[in-house]
Write a protein that binds this ligand. Structure first.
Ligand SMILES: [Zn+2]
Length: 261
């Protein structure tokens, strides 16, 4: 089966929950049978949990995205922790560092929230889902410094750093997922990373509603149904058989996310 290991389903572009049935139907028609809805704050994590309760195909992650930390209220990490205990919560995410925009939350705030949630994942025996943008070295340093907290593993989602960096994250036992950007013709760095990642550490995602893959690029919203074109392109870049890569990815997903059925 195909899997979308990182999707955002809570936005209005899907017509709230009403549109979800259609989205799942289109995904299943394309062979995509598991979708992981990823939270980015307390509300979106809660809503993702609700979706997972209503739909067999949906699992979720709960966490505070670094760019969203301006919304943080006292007690939010405890609220997230409670959501993480849910039987369909497969990981803590997305968490990490995002230094892209000048008006992003202060770096120190981001670092503290990142470490706090690494501790949370460790306490709950869950893997982490990491978002890292324009912060490769620091992400690596924090993870290396807190390696003991990564006992249940982690995923670098929408991996977009160099192949050289990938090998360093790989040494920490991390997995890597690729989505729409890996299908873009000019994304040379991402293509090199796709070729460098060991077969046992690769996963597929859409990160929808954004980053719609080629040849559908330019359409909005992106949807889990596009996983097959992403995987087909990954197999071509890696010179592997599509069917074998598909099987390997399904295996990888269950190795990292042990609560995924
Ligand atoms: Zn995301």
């Amino acid at each position: 089966m195909y899997l979308d290991i990182h999707a955002h389903l809570t936005g209005e572009e899907y017509g709230a929950a009403g549109g979800l049935q259609g989205l799942i139907g289109r995904a299943k028609a394309a062979g995509v049978e598991r979708i992981v809805a990823c939270g980015y704050d307390v509300d979106s994590s809660f809503l993702s949990m609700r979706f997972s309760e209503a739909h067999e195909e949906i699992y979720f992650c709960a966490g505070f995205h670094p760019s969203e930390l301006h919304k943080y209220k006292e007690g939010d990490f405890e609220r997230l922790k409670a959501l993480c205990a849910h039987e369909k919560c497969i990981g803590v995410g997305e968490i990490g560092l995002d230094y892209h925009f000048d008006d992003n939350p202060p770096k120190q705030t981001q670092r503290e929230a990142f470490i706090e949630q690494l501790k949370m994942a460790h306490a709950l025996s869950l893997p982490v889902v990491i978002h890292s943008r324009d912060a490769a070295e620091e992400t690596l340093n924090i993870l290396a410094e807190h390696k003991a907290l990564l006992a249940c593993g982690g995923l670098m989602h929408c991996y977009s750093y160099s192949a050289q960096m990938l090998l360093r994250f790989c040494d920490l036992g991390l997995y890597f997922s690729f989505g729409g950007t890996s299908t873009f013709k000019n994304a040379k760095k991402v293509h090199e990373s796709v070729q460098a990642v060991p077969a046992t550490r690769i996963l597929t995602e859409t990160d929808c509603p954004y980053l719609t893959p080629t040849p559908y690029r330019g359409t909005f919203p992106n949807e889990p149904k596009h996983i097959p074109v992403i995987l087909k392109n990954l197999a071509a870049l890696r010179q592997e058989k599509e069917e074998e890569l598909k099987e390997q990815i399904a295996k990888n997903a269950r190795t990292l996310f042990v609560k995924l059925r």
